[in-house]
Design a protein around this ligand. Sequence first.
Ligand code: BG6
Length: 482
Amino acid sequence: MYFQKKSEFPEDFLWGAASAAYQVEGAYLEDGKGLSIWDEFVRIPGKTFKGTVGDKAVDFYHHYQEDIALMAECGLKTYRFSISWPRIFPNGHGEVNLKGIKFYDHVIDECLKYHIEPMVTIYHWDLPLALEKEYHGWESRQIIDDYVNYAKTLFQYFGHKVKYWITFNEQNVFARLGWTLGQHPPGKIDEQKLFYQVNHHVNLAHAKTVLAYREMNLRGKIGISFAYSPSYSLDCRPENGLAKADYDDLYLYWYFDIAGYGRYPQAAYQYLKEQGFAPEITDEDRELLRQAAPVDFMGINYYKTKVAQYNPIDGVTMTTVANNSGIKGSGQVVGVPGVYKNPANPFLQTTSWDWAIDPQGLRLGCRNITSRYNLPIVVSENGLGAIDHLEDHQIHDDYRIEYIQSHLLELRNAIQEGCHVIAYCVWSFTDLLSWLNGYQKRYGLVYIDRDEDENSGTLERIKKDSFYWYQKIISSHGKCLD
Ligand code: BG6
């Protein structure tokens, strides 16, 4: 839409940044923490870039005061971080590890000291390994009660201090990569039926947790975050228009509709049922999902858009080579045979990892969410993964500034168009470990001196140009964006 006068960000807008426990904390065996599935998976040769492990990560566990002080200096209004389940329950259930509780209590208090709103992700992929060994983790319905017990424990300890909760980070990524592409634990390939069943268990755990949270009357907000790549039809050929609808239903609304409406989209469900991939859903499940919807806010992790094109039945599949090397053009087109594929968008630049850079896609995504669900939106991640060069103790990351600036301008447009966006979190505040891409793909506003070698670097924190730029944006309440 065209508006003559530009609007501003709302007064109470939460300018933020985000991280995840496994990617920053390190201290993987300290203070009673149990192992997570990632602690084991990364040790399988060839799974991560240069064999990186998260044993030390960027050592947030010992640097949290320094890092949160930097957040305060930058002016953050919210910090989104995740809690490591095996730090709270080393065996997934049973006795609470009070040292783990103490650590997060300190992190939360440190945020509150600087008036930074803690936004907690309950699960960002680091499942206790013990549960994988005991009953194959997310493959079993048993996990639902263990997850709810873990979440309720967090609500009991931190519910009076934390007002924003995110049940899951990107089940559409961890389930797909874990059960169909073998790139995340448990490393299974093409287990379509299992993948949809796993995703269903995640939905049930989410729904039960939302209901438990509401019963506790804690007066905060609870939502969920998905990886969100809105789509364009390749062109106006009707078959491509339908491919877009199919992509949207199977790849996006299959997840979002549960959070928004408590049900799966019809066309996708019928398709999966015929394929033999649909999850087993009981009447009780249906009722539970329905009761928990809608969430209080929809979290979107936005990095890119996709193009949808009809994919013949003998066309490309999902199991092709991903670009985890940072060599432009090394990724391949993926798709679902007979349904859709996602060719590159010739009108957009890409990152070195072949992610299409599309600021307007963020606006489009917010508009889609608003039209379909009319729910508040938290942009729980957005940022640029790039190779940074340290020169004279400085990082001149104008490319990152340009990326964030262009996305924030479009976010402001979305807000003007009526989207109720409550927060924007840059991914990430400090550099961190990219699950599959080591430390060469950096996202932070603050550089951290280390690389793929576990013994490398001093872990010194160095503010990048983007740190100072974001500081100005926040202090001017977004006015400096123009
Ligand atoms: C999101 C995840 O998918 O994207 C983050 O929630 C992740 O944990 C981020 O780091 C960027 O992905 P990558 O692969 O570039 O590190």
